[in-house]
Design a protein around this ligand. Structure first.
Ligand SMILES: Nc1ncnc2c1ncn2[C@@H]1O[C@H](COP(=O)(O)OP(=O)(O)OP(=O)(O)O)[C@@H](O)[C@H]1O
Ligand SMILES: O=P(O)(O)OC[C@H]1O[C@](O)(CO)[C@@H](O)[C@@H]1O
Ligand SMILES: [Mg+2]
Length: 440
């Protein structure tokens, strides 16, 4: 059970410098729309959960609110900032970089910001990467493009060497934009910073199109990626409905968590089946997926299947489970497997069929953020700057139940966010598709 110690945020020291934002904060108070800096945000949100704690209200587990502080730790004129993006692409990375730079320069008066190129390898001399000077002029229109102007990479780098680079460049604040791996990497960097007795803040902005970081509402870029995915579902549906025995099969990203598959199917209510890593399924037998699909094609003349890339891995026999440079398990191709098995099964049953396979893959994550995600990225960037200038470290900024909060990095990587097979989202998917609760 999560307790106070899991939610405690580390700081570099007391805030003794008046914030340039102090004047406009004077009238702030806790309301439905903002939380005063000394207030706390309750972790539990139901009576039953809070009730099981058995403690008075002021001892319930609570999160530190995000947002500007009246007094800050770093002196903006003397503060040097670094930014790095790591892991897979996600819509909105450039928006976050832009938001960080604009907030630092325009509102706090920070003048020295550098971007490290190509993820954590950008710190390591051996790779010979340059650093990029970042200013409001440089970042002004980068949000028009997908990707990250800094580049990104996978692959573990030595945290000692990363901190060497921070020291060489006299960096006071490092912003890391990345997923669970990036946050684990950042925790290693924090460990070395502490061992060396340095006062460098490390603040993360969580990035994952898979939406697999826990305790946050939804990660930035997710809505954009999901909206992109609906285009393939629509195309699959058109193809399926236009051919005798048409089956549209769409494989979407989602290694461990099927959020993109679920939400894009709800948005484009065209699919008959959604298969996700969280819900194992049987392929064969009377109550298996293939037989159900056969009956659906015979009844309706067509069907649309959406599968998350991490689903059904147990059915992939010939796959050698290697790992990528960061240690993530390489998945077998469930899309190709299903295409073959569906065709064979319908052929064997003498059901005329036309299986059309869509793998939009990188196309859903390399696009620019939509306006919703852009606004969200900007607000996350603001929250990250406020946290860092106030000396918070080893935290990510996140929105949880619509409040901006500071989540300690160890908590953010303590587990993955999954689609709950007993939860409301999966229930909605079952209602939308009409598929059975289990294929068994
Ligand atoms: N346990 C770890 N310790 C130190 N560094 C790590 C660790 N796990 C991952 N990293 C490093 O963090 C960077 C990003 O990790 P990874 O490639 O797993 O992507 P990610 O941040 O999880 O993003 P996503 O999964 O959304 O693509 C890589 O350079 C990787 O080597
Ligand atoms: O960019 P790569 O290394 O091909 O990794 C792809 C993976 O990255 C993600 O987009 C984010 O982790 C996953 O959905 C996908 O499996
Ligand atoms: Mg990851």
């Amino acid at each position: 059970m999560i307790g106070h110690q899991d939610l405690a945020v580390r700081t570099l020291g007391p805030c003794r410098i008046d914030s340039p934002l102090a004047e406009r904060l004077a009238a702030r108070e806790t309301t439905q729309h903002s939380v005063e800096e000394d207030d706390r945000i309750l972790f539990d949100d139901t009576l039953s959960m809070a009730g099981t704690r058995g403690v008075p209200v002021d001892q319930l587990p609570s999160l530190e609110p995000g947002g500007p502080r009246k007094r800050i730790y770093f002196d903006p004129a003397k503060t040097r900032v670094g930014i790095v993006t790591c892991g897979g692409l996600c819509p909105g990375l450039n928006d976050v970089i832009r938001g960080l730079v604009l907030e630092l320069c325009r509102h706090y008066g920070v003048r020295r910001i550098v971007g490290f190129r190509n993820g954590y390898r950008g710190f390591i001399p051996h790779y010979g990467e340059d650093v990029v000077d970042l200013s409001p002029e440089v970042v002004q229109h980068i949000d028009d493009e997908g990707g990250t102007i800094l580049g990104t990479s996978r692959g573990v780098q030595d945290p000692e060497e990363i901190v060497d680079a921070l020291e060489r460049l006299a960096i006071n604040i490092l912003f890391v934009i990345g997923g669970d791996g990036t946050i684990r990497g950042a925790m290693e960097v924090v460990r070395v910073i502490q061992e060396r007795g340095l006062k460098i803040a490390v603040v993360g902005v969580p990035k994952t199109i898979d939406n697999d970081i826990p305790y946050i509402d939804q990660s930035f870029g997710f809505q954009t990626a999901m909206a992109e995915a609906t285009k393939s579902i629509h195309a699959a549906s058109v193809e399926a409905r236009s051919a005798p025995g048409g089956v549209g099969l769409v494989k979407l990203m989602g290694r461990h968590s099927g959020f993109i598959a679920c939400y894009s199917v709800l948005a484009k209510d065209d699919a008959d089946y959604v298969l996700i890593p969280e819900v194992p399924f049987a392929l064969h037998g009377e109550r298996g997926f293939l037989e159900h699909l056969r009956r659906r094609v015979e009844d309706r003349g067509h069907a649309v299947v959406v599968v998350a890339e991490g689903a059904g891995q147990e059915h992939i026999e010939e796959h050698e489970p290697g790992r990528d440079a960061s240690g993530n398990v390489r998945l077998g191709d469930v899309g190709r497997l299903l295409r073959r098995l569906i065709t064979e099964h319908l052929d064997d049953a003498k059901v005329e069929n036309n299986v059309r396979y869509f793998d939009p893959s990188y196309a859903i994550r390399s696009v620019p953020a939509n306006p919703y995600d852009s606004a969200y990225c900007l607000r996350l960037a603001h929250a990250a700057v406020h946290a860092a200038m106030a000396g918070r470290t080893e935290v990510i900024v996140a929105r949880r139940r619509r409040r901006f909060v500071h989540i300690p990095m160890p908590l953010a990587v303590s587990r993955r966010n999954h689609v709950d097979p007993l939860g409301d989202l999966w229930m909605s998917v079952l209602e939308a598709t009409g598929q059975p609760v289990r294929f068994e």
